[in-house]
Write a protein that binds this ligand. Structure first.
Ligand code: FEO
Ligand code: CA
Ligand code: CA
Ligand code: CA
Length: 604
């Protein structure tokens, strides 16, 4: 790879070589080092116990950092630059890595309660001695908070109080216990964190209804078996038929106020929300973009009714409560028959075209024939099916650049694209059996987030260019890029470079999941440079790029997945065998962790 430094501010680095998938190392560029900021089980409160993998309890876990941290942000207090809050969500649990199998078999109910407590969010204060130094978390910080599968959420928006959301335990349809499978997210211009409830279907036993089928809720015992200890997790229990309708939302939490009630926003629709990210439109309305991470599902945007008011937190906290909901339709502009499914670029030189945001709810009225507003919001997938939205290759993060305003859509993969009985290729999803995914760049008309029309082009068709002729890097030479597959989470540095974390490279191109920088402008547009690789079994999540400080933060999610408690394939991040005691008396195994990567100041 070319040794030329990137243009990421102080984050100069020479791309690392891709790392073989069995490597249990967090690999960073020359001139950089890393350390964990917080790990699964680290105590958040003064009275929370020190983590001990052999002595877990639900009570202990509710006061400790949860499992499988995914979305991440470090929100620095402006007045000091040396304090702030770290916000992470905890998407899911790996019981086979968390628990000794003998103990698990004898303690299934307590294990389920521990797993419930390991879901949700952590908010934890962070501090550093001087600006640019390394961050550490503050045990007992005033803003520290755990949100779990049992925390009370308020419901707002047009479907709050709907009959579709009522249960025997909540006849109001306005108070929901817990948040589940929070995947990606975003930090709003008013300082709150929004996050998507993604694969919520797996926690519920359904009845086989048409809506259950569309959302992937099976009428079968769930893998975690939570329905055995809490009746709300099975629709067969009278009075709890609607419980699964209460998940699949965008939730908003205020990390500055540990006493605030988190909110589920029905106005943004219900699907497998990867996350949501906000841009303010030309007229001041807040626009939230969101992907539904499923093969052949859709990209959405919500436009608030009210306008953002800088500094008016109370007002801004209501912006996601009322507005219009749209879904995207992409049209290609290449001559008919040129999208061959093998990934060859068409004769007009690009996969590109125009598109329209199709309204689902507009001015408080449903625009979907035969569906009420409440039905559109609770069964949003069925509504979008009816209006002719474009079926995409698993839309994950959908994130506007704070520098250019352009929107980037990570389409992680879709091996079923163009296969028998499935949707054919189109110019926005041009590859049959799309194993490695692609990234779309979308420009709203007049660069206004509230526009109804847009133009788009494919920035990257991912893969290993040394082995796959269908790859494309915005025209940049293929022998000068890092291989990349399964783009998932997106972030930007202060210069507007795109950073992409991956989920699935080991199973496709054979390398550990990674974090890559992609130059978007100038002669090097399309240049992909690998910054780091996460250890065996892990996925790279939640990248946060503090290039002005020379730091990058990542969530290392599910290290060791594919191994087990007895046969671990990862000992990240402490590299002490399980079970085995360290000097501090803690017992380690692979632990999902938030990591800071920092420049050492020594030349690489
Ligand atoms: Fe939880 Fe779409 O990744
Ligand atoms: Ca994800
Ligand atoms: Ca074209
Ligand atoms: Ca993913």
């Amino acid at each position: 790879l070319a040794a030329a430094p990137g243009n990421g501010g102080k984050l100069q680095f020479k791309a690392i070589a891709p790392v073989p998938r069995s490597s249990d190392v967090l690999t960073v560029p020359e001139g950089y080092d890393w350390s964990p900021v917080i790990r699964w089980g680290d105590p958040l409160f003064k009275n929370s116990p020190i983590f001990d993998i052999t002595k877990q309890s639900a009570k202990a876990q509710a006061g400790q950092f949860g499992y499988n941290n995914d979305y991440l942000n470090l929100i620095v207090d402006k007045y000091s630059g040396r304090s702030g809050v770290l916000v992470a969500n905890h998407e899911y649990t790996n019981e086979d890595l968390m628990f000794d199998p003998e103990w698990f078999a004898a303690n299934k109910a307590e294990a389920a309660r521990i797993a419930m407590a390991a879901h949700g969010f952590s908010v934890v204060e962070i501090k550093r001695g001087r600006a640019s130094a390394r961050w550490e978390y503050v045990r007992g910080g005033e803003r520290n908070r755990r949100i779990t599968a049992s925390t009370a959420f308020a419901v707002d928006g047009p479907a709050a109080g709907s009959a579709l959301l009522k249960t025997a335990a909540d006849p109001s349809g306005r108070k929901i216990l817990g948040t589940l499978n929070n995947c990606s997210g975003g930090t709003t211009p008013w300082g709150t964190v929004i996050s998507g409830e993604e694969n919520f279907n797996q926690y519920f036993r359904g009845t086989g209804s048409a809506t259950d089928k569309r959302y992937g809720i099976a009428d079968a015992a769930t893998e975690r078996g939570w329905e055995d200890i809490d009746q709300r997790f099975s629709a067969h229990n009278k009075g709890f038929e609607n419980e699964s309708n209460r998940f699949g939302w965008i939730v908003e939490i205020d990390p500055q106020n540990p006493d605030s009630t988190p909110v589920k926003h029905t106005a943004l629709g219900r699907f497998k929300h990867e996350g949501a990210n906000i841009r303010i439109a030309a007229d001041g309305r807040a626009v939230a973009y969101s992907g539904d991470d499923e093969r052949f599902d859709y990209v959405y945007k919500f436009i608030s009714k009210e306008k953002y008011r800088r500094g008016d937190r109370k007002h801004n906290l209501r912006l996601l409560s009322d507005g219009d909901l749209y879904v995207a339709r992409f049209s290609g502009d290449s001559p008919a028959g040129q999208i061959d499914g093998a990934g060859a670029v068409p004769s007009d030189g690009e996969f590109d075209g125009t598109g329209t945001w199709l309204p689902l709810v507009l001015d408080g009225r449903s625009r979907v024939p035969g569906m009420s507003v409440e039905e559109v919001l609770v069964y949003t997938r069925l509504a979008a099916d009816k209006v002719g939205a474009t079926k995409m290759d698993r839309p994950e993060d959908v994130e506007p650049s704070p520098v250019s305003g352009k929107l980037y859509i990570a389409l992680t993969n879709n091996t079923q694209r163009g296969t028998a009985g499935k949707a054919a290729v189109d110019e926005a999803n041009p590859r049959t059996g799309n194993r490695d995914g692609h990234v779309i760049e979308l420009t709203e008309r007049k660069n206004d987030a509230a526009a109804i029309e847009f133009s788009w082009n494919i920035l990257l068709v991912a893969g290993d260019p040394s082995k796959d002729a269908s790859t494309y890097f915005a025209g940049y030479p293929k022998d000068k890029v890092s291989p990349i597959a399964c783009p998932d989470n997106l972030a930007f540095d202060s210069k507007g470079n795109l950073w992409i974390s991956t989920d699935g490279q080991p199973g496709t191109i054979g390398y550990c999941d990674a974090l890559h920088k992609v130059t978007l402008t100038g002669n090097e547009r399309g240049k992909v440079e690998q910054f780091l690789a996460v250890p065996a079994g892990a996925e790279t999540c939640g990248p946060v790029i503090h290039d002005k400080d020379g730091s990058v933060f990542v969530s290392v999610q599910h290290p060791g997945e594919g191994g087990s408690y007895d046969k671990p394939i990862s000992f990240f991040p402490d590299y002490v065998a399980t079970p085995g005691k360290s000097k501090r008396g803690e017992v380690y195994g692979p632990r999902p962790s938030v990591v800071q990567v920092y420049a050492t100041g020594k030349p690489g």
